[in-house]
Design a protein around this ligand. Structure first.
Ligand code: E4P
Length: 223
């Protein structure tokens, strides 16, 4: 199951890659503009932070299929390493995904709100399907249920696509889609850090250390 960082901040990415088993980084236009730097410079900094072997997901901005394909080709040419083109699951987007698939370029169908949008994107050849869990919850709707339905569609009909769920605001949503069999999640840095935090774990670790040092003073395990 993939663990992906949802940010364009290279400093946050460097720190997380150091500590966590990270598979890649997702970006979108709203995340990119927060860095207040040139688009390609932001992507280059992320690429340096994650190396060439992890996937970097870059979203297109255009509305028409031809323009989406042109943007995608530009990104593929300019950004080294493994790049996946994120394309919104609109009618024009699906047309672009079909074109990218025929060229052998990996895509993520993003901004998915319904299982049937995901079905069409999977059939068009998207490598990843990305339902927006928290944004669906806010409609109101049931984001976790959309992920669950999408997993069923992909698995029952043996599509090659993976469900990489996005837009999380709390770790209960993350737990729910993990248990239900999502193929991956993309999470903001603060949520990734929360995955490991538990006060009882911290208390236990402190008590082990205290017991040891009461008995052996400053000695460590190896000296
Ligand atoms: C990731 O691919 C999406 O762009 C992102 O998770 C959207 O999340 P948000 O709803 O927190 O903006």
């Amino acid at each position: 199951m993939l663990l992906v960082i949802d940010t364009a901040n290279a400093e946050d990415i460097k720190e997380l890659v150091d500590y966590f088993p990270i598979d890649g980084v997702t970006t979108n236009p709203s995340i990119i503009v927060k860095e207040k730097k040139n688009f390609l410079d932001v992507l280059e900094d992320i690429r340096v932070a994650i190396g060439n072997d992890r996937e970097l997901f870059v979203q297109t901005l255009a509305m028409k299929a031809e323009d989406i394909v042109e943007e995608a080709m530009y990104v593929i040419e300019k950004v080294p390493g493994k790049t996946v083109i994120k394309i919104p699951a609109t009618t024009e987007g699906v047309k672009a995904i079909k074109e990218m698939t025929s060229l052998g370029i990996r895509t993520m169908a993003t901004t998915i709100y319904t299982p049937l949008q995901g079905y069409i994107a999977a059939k068009a050849g998207a490598s990843y399907l990305t339902p927006y869990v928290n944004r669906i919850d806010n409609l109101p709707g049931d984001g976790v249920q959309v992920v669950r339905d999408l997993i069923q569609i992909v698995e029952k009909h043996q599509f090659d696509s993976q469900v990489l769920a996005a837009s999380f605001k709390n770790i209960q949503q993350v737990l729910d889609v993990c248990v239900d069999g999502a193929h991956g999640v993309t999470l903001a840095p603060d949520l990734i850090k929360q995955l490991l935090l538990h006060p009882s774990t911290e208390a236990n670790v402190g008590a082990f250390s205290d017991d040891w040092h009461k008995a052996f003073g400053e000695r460590t395990l190896i000296d």
